[in-house]
Design a protein around this ligand. Structure first.
Ligand code: PGA
Length: 251
C-alpha cells in the first residue's frame, strides 16, 4: 500500500483571523491544480481555527491545531484542550515541535500526556522530532531522533500508531533558509522508519514521515522524491498560498 502524501502548513504565530481566512480561501481556490493524491493540512493559530474550518468547508483541505493541553479540562488557565480542538472540526494536532520543546520546555513526559489527549479525542498527531545544530555536529542526530521516538511513540498502541504522522525537522533548518539535503533527509527518514519498525513491525511502512525545515517550491520535488520522505511540514512557505500549493506539486 502506498503511503499517504501530505503537505501540512504550520502557520505558527502568524496571520490575523481575516488574513488566515484569506490564505485558506486561496489554498482552496488553487487546490485543483495539484494532484488529488496530495493531502493538504493547514494549521492556523487557535484564534481562527473555526473561521479557517469554515473557509475550507466543501474542499478536501484538513485543518489542524499547533498544540493541545496535557489535561482533559479544568483549572489550567490559558490552555486549550484536545476536546475543544476536535469539537471545532480539527483532524490533526502538531505535537512536539522543536519551538515548543525549546521555548516552552516540552519534554517527553508532557508529550506523552498530549498524545494521549489527542488520541482520546480522535485527533491525529503530527509528532515532530529533530536534532539541533550542536547535536548534528556531534554526530548525535540519530540518537536524538531515536530517543524522541522511543520515549513517546513507543508508548502508543498499534491502533494509535496506525493513526500517526511523524515530522522530521532538523532544528538548524527551521526558518533559517538552510535545508537538509535530500540525501540527509532520506538517510534519517529511513533510520526513523527502522526505529519505528523495531517496535511496530510492518506497520512502520505505512507511517507517513514528513520533512520540515525551509522546505520551499524550489527544493520540495528533490526532497519528496526520496523513498522515505512522504511530504513536508511547511512553516514560512505555508504563509503564501501559491508557494504552499507549489510545494504540493513537488510530488
Ligand atoms: P520553516 O518551518 O518551513 O519556516 O523552516 C518549518 C516548521 O518549523 O514546521
Amino acid at each position: 500500500m502506498a503511503r499517504k502524501k501530505i503537505v501540512a502548513g504550520n502557520w505558527k504565530m502568524n496571520t490575523l483571523p481575516a488574513e488566515g481566512v484569506e490564505l485558506a480561501k486561496s489554498v482552496v481556490a488553487g487546490r485543483g491544480e495539484v494532484c488529488s493524491c496530495v493531502n493538504f493540512i493547514v494549521c492556523p493559530p487557535f484564534t481562527h481555527l473555526s473561521q479557517v474550518i469554515e473557509a475550507v468547508k466543501g474542499s478536501d483541505i484538513a485543518v489542524g491545531a499547533q498544540n493541545c493541553a496535557t489535561e482533559a479540562k479544568g483549572a489550567y488557565t490559558g490552555e486549550i484542550a484536545a476536546s475543544m480542538i476536535a469539537a471545532l472540526g480539527c483532524k490533526y494536532v502538531i505535537l512536539g515541535h522543536s519551538e515548543r520543546r525549546q521555548y516552552y520546555g516540552e519534554t517527553s513526559e508532557t508529550l506523552n500526556k498530549k498524545m494521549a489527549q489527542a488520541y482520546a479525542n480522535g485527533l491525529t498527531p503530527i509528532y515532530c522530532v529533530g536534532e539541533s545544530l550542536e547535536e548534528r555536529k556531534a554526530g548525535n542526530h540519530f540518537a536524538v531522533c531515536k530517543a524522541q521516538i522511543e520515549e513517546v511513540v513507543y508508548n502508543l498502541t498499534e491502533e494509535q500508531f496506525a493513526n500517526l504522522v511523524i515530522a522530521y525537522e532538523p532544528v538548524w533548518a527551521i526558518g533559517t533558509g538552510e535545508t537538509a539535503t535530500a540525501e540527509q533527509a532520506q538517510e534519517i527518514h529511513a533510520y526513523i522508519r527502522e526505529v519505528l519498525a523495531a517496535k511496530f513491525g510492518a506497520a512502520a511502512a505505512e507511517c507517513p514521515i514528513l520533512y520540515g525545515g525551509s522546505c520551499k517550491p524550489s527544493n520540495a520535488a528533490e526532497i519528496f522524491a526520496k523513498e522515505d520522505v512522504d511530504g513536508g511540514l511547511i512553516g514560512g512557505a505555508a504563509l503564501k498560498a501559491e508557494d504552499f500549493l507549489a510545494i504540493g506539486k513537488g510530488f
